[in-house]
Design a protein. Structure first.
Length: 241
């Protein structure tokens, strides 16, 4: 039997469960109806490395009409909220073609982020991951990102001011897990959890074991990989690249 999701390059090493899976041209979203936003976003950084074309940022934020209206975020949900429409798959990761970049502006790829966080350490890590991918010994870089809700803390919301009466909960934290395949065939893993707030701390201070993300976000990461070596990667914190 053919496993159709595995035909997408991004899902080669695993794809967590979600209420709705949204296959885009260059990344995959696992959408949560309960949270009215992505549970996770999975991508390959710069999938067309041979293509040196760089298009301008499209900035065409729009609703994703593949999601049922009852659970779908729209632009007005963010208006006046004091929160950014924070990319999970960064616009700068997919800039080889206009359609490639345009798809990153679907609101299914957005989550309500504090502006100082979105434009600060989150943006810095996105740039660092692209730097990792540009290294000669890295053949391909897989990244999965998403929100974390801590239910022992109050949850604030935005939205509920449109005709759909959709309310978006604001995540307490965000995660990013990176899996790089090197020219020697080795797989290396780095994982991070950040509070959804401004910080002056170093990215290194937010590194965690991958298993902690799995526990807090309630998903399995890179589950197609089995064996003692990859399990060891999940349970340790590697030095940054």
């Amino acid at each position: 039997m053919i496993d159709l999701p595995s035909l997408k390059r991004e899902t080669r090493y695993g794809m967590p469960a979600a209420d709705q899976i949204l296959f885009n041209r260059h990344y995959v979203i696992g959408y949560s109806y309960y949270f009215r936003q992505a549970k996770w976003a999975l991508e390959i950084i710069d999938p067309n490395k041979e293509d040196i074309t760089t298009v301008e940022r499209m900035d065409n934020f729009r609703s994703d009409y593949r999601i049922p209206q009852l659970f779908r975020a729209d632009k007005q949900d963010y208006r006046g909220s004091g929160h950014d429409r924070g990319h999970l798959v960064a616009s700068a990761d997919l800039r080889d073609t206009k359609i490639q970049n345009s798809e990153t502006f679907l609101l299914s790829n957005m989550s309500p982020q504090k502006p100082q966080f979105n434009r600060g350490i989150w943006k810095t890590l996105e740039s660092e991951v692209r730097r990792l991918d540009s290294q000669d010994n890295v053949l391909e870089t897989y990244v999965i990102s998403g929100p974390i809700f801590n239910f022992d803390q109050p949850v604030s919301t935005i939205g509920a001011n449109d005709s759909n009466n959709v309310t978006l909960p604001v995540p307490h934290e965000y995660f990013k897990s990176i899996l790089a395949e090197t020219s020697t065939g080795r797989l290396k893993m780095w994982s991070f959890i950040f509070p959804n707030e401004a910080t002056d701390s170093s990215i290194k201070n937010f590194q965690v074991k991958t298993t902690l993300i799995e526990k807090k976000a309630g998903i399995l990461l890179w589950e197609r990989l089995v064996g003692s070596e990859i399990e060891s990667e999940k349970h340790k914190v590697n030095a940054m690249w």
